[in-house]
Every structure is written in structure tokens, then in C-alpha cells.
Write a protein that binds this ligand. Sequence first.
Ligand code: SF4
Length: 352
Amino acid sequence: MDLGSMTRAGLNAESITPEQALEILRCPNDEVFALVAAASQVRRKFFANRVKLNYLVNLKSGICAEDCGYCSQRLGGQADILKYTWLKDDQVDEVVAAGLASGVKRVCMVASGTGPSNRETDKVAGMIENIKSAHPEVEVCACLGFVTDEQAQKLRAAGADAYNHNINTAESHYTDICTTHSYQDRTDNLETVKGAGLSPCSGLIAGMGESPEQLVEAIFALREMGVDSVPVNFLLPFDGTPMEGQRVLQPLECLRILAMVRFVHPDTEVRAAAGREQHLRSLQPIALELVNSIFLGDYLTSEGQAGQDDLQMIADAGFVVEGQDKDRHPGLEETQVPIRRRGAGTQLAPNA
Ligand code: SF4
């Protein structure tokens, strides 16, 4: 593995080759920390020691007509999750306020389901307008599934900055994880939201039985699509889903994957998303040398590490929260942290 040439490419904002990406995924355990050190130079060139905080607001949970095999909200799913229809405006305000008090830069408004109706789009657009008028500095990302051109334009006009729709896995693996819609449907949707002026956010879920080649295929496809942020989820194999029983990845495997993503997307936001706590375990802080963005606190249908612990981890590892001045963060004493949002706000990464 020629770390020197990979690092030089990364520092020039150029991707490594698919062959090099595969080499990274096959890197022996005793070379992983050298790999992390190399990829960290690239991460620090473009993002210094900043960590962007993102915050999920689960507007609607469960009750989906799609059959994505990894998803606890899928059609006919038996996973034991909280199911509810839309949060009310005051509940959204409350959840958003908790996130903002912790220094989050982006709020991700997520709803389960194939896609919103026009009425639901209007509802979310109203919520976005409220957030942006009260907090113009916060980025708002919508994640509502498949949208029409008009719906995407309405969300953009309401002030949404970005739209998330993960491709989740390689095209060559897609029919193994979902049968009710296609990979192409998702990539078409990303083109729709890009056409409306929304910043495209799309990533993957590692650990769904894909091969290393398929992981590389997916991550290069995202580069090809020109996405602006890449969330990397690690599968949480929920009971009651077809992925129940999938093996949990080893922490060093996760570092290899994140290093590979960084080298393919040197100057793009790379986010450690759902599953980081369970898969990276004690190596979570090391992942900050590779990613420049995390979700704070909980995910869509699973609890993450407490927000306080996330902030402590960032500070302990010598990183700073993006957008916060130095004085506000290091001690944490003055930071109002929502310890956990159980119930209405608890979530898994944005897959909808
Ligand atoms: S990932 Fe989204 S579209 Fe797929 S089953 Fe879950 S909520 Fe439905």
C-alpha cells in the first residue's frame, strides 16, 4: 500500500483509484493506524480539527410501505420501535432547540415512508420556514424519501439547504436489500433534489453482506454523483428485519472503511453516522481523524451515545465543534446538552 501517493492525491483533492481503495479495505491490522495517520493529513488539510454536529429530528416513525431490509421501519417489520405519525410543530421546536443548544450546525428533518404527499411537503416546508426564521444560521436538511420536482422546489423555497437520500449500497447489491424500489430510483431522486438547488447528501450502510468490491463501487458512485456530504452508517441489525443476525463489524474494519471513504472524498464532508458506537466501540475517537462530521446523540430508531459524551469525546481528542468559538466549547460546563432524547426523537440514521 503506497500511503505516500494516496496522501499526495488526497492533499490535492484528488481521489485514489478503485484498486487503491480495495487495498485499503484489505490492509492488515498492524498497518491500520499508519493508514489512519495518512488519511488524517487529508482530513486536517480540508477541515482542520473541526467536527460538524448534525442532529436528527424524526418527524414520523415507522409505518413504511417500502421493504428496505436493514430498516426497522420497513413494510411488515417486526422491530420493536416507536411508531408515530407526524410530530406537532411545538414538538419539533422543542427537539430543534435542544440540538441548537448543543451547538449543532445542521438539523436533519427525517420522515419514514416512500415519499411525502403534497400536504405533508407543505407541513415540512412550514416547519423549515419556522426554523430558518428563528435560526437563520442553522443548516436544514430534509430527508423525506422520494420527492417530485415541485416538492423539492417547495422545500428549497422554504429554506432547506440540503436533501438526504442514501444510496446505502452498491447498485450490484441493491436488489439483495430492497425489492420495492430500485437503486436507480434513488439516484434519480438525488438528481431531482440537485435540480431544485438542494445540496445532495448521500451515503451508505456498511455491513449488509456486501463485498469489499461493492463497498468501493458504492463510494465511487457517490463521487461520480458529486454529493456534498457522505454519511457512513454501520448496520444495526435489528431483530425482526431480514438483517437480524448480521455480524457486527470489527472496529479496525470500520477505520479501514472510513479511511477509504476519506481518500475517495478528500475534501467532502464525511460523517460517521448510525452504528458508530456499536461497531467502532473504544476506537470512536480515532474515527474523528477520518471523518469531519457526526450525528449528535440519538438516531432514528436507536439510541446513540449521549450528547454529553459526544461533546466530551470531541474535546478529549483535541477537536472543536464547527461553528462554536473556542471559549464556548472546551470546558463543556456552559454547554447545554440534551443528554438523550428518548421517545419522540429517537432515531436511526436517515435512510428514508
Ligand atoms: S429506509 Fe426509508 S423507505 Fe426504506 S423501509 Fe425504511 S423508512 Fe421506508
